[in-house]
Design a protein. Structure first.
Length: 124
């Protein structure tokens, strides 16, 4: 599974890294949580079970899904913030191309919701 980042996402990371220096490391940690949603990591853990647990509660939600993709919004645990849930990360999982494309990172104190125009721009 390949991970990629939109140019706007890279700008978001740079901007938020000025507030919270742990952001790049936090994104790398998030990749480890996202990967088992689409790739079987162990024979004793089914993807369906992992997905059910991952999407239950307030950690993440599927914003939209279509033929071969799904758009996911998830809470990013930022080490510099502790357990405060103020940062969200948006990605598109491209099932047919076996890739995850990060498209937006934002702080809830800066804006309320994800940028739907940006999401539309990157949909397959």
């Amino acid at each position: 599974m390949n991970f990629s980042e939109a140019p706007e996402f890279q700008k978001d990371v740079k901007s938020l890294s000025k507030k919270w220096r742990s952001i790049p490391t936090d994104i790398e940690a998030a990749k480890r949580y996202v990967l088992p949603l689409y790739v079987e990591m162990a024979a004793d853990v089914l993807i369906e079970e992992y997905r059910r647990g991952f999407f239950t509660g307030k950690n993440a939600t599927v914003l939209s899904a279509g033929e071969g993709y799904e758009v996911v919004k998830m809470r990013l645990d930022v080490a510099d913030l502790g357990r405060n849930d103020k940062v969200r990360i948006i990605f598109i999982a491209l099932k047919t191309e076996s890739g995850i494309h990060f498209i937006e990172l934002y702080s809830k104190s800066d804006k309320e919701r994800e940028d739907s125009k940006r999401i539309q721009k990157y949909l397959p």
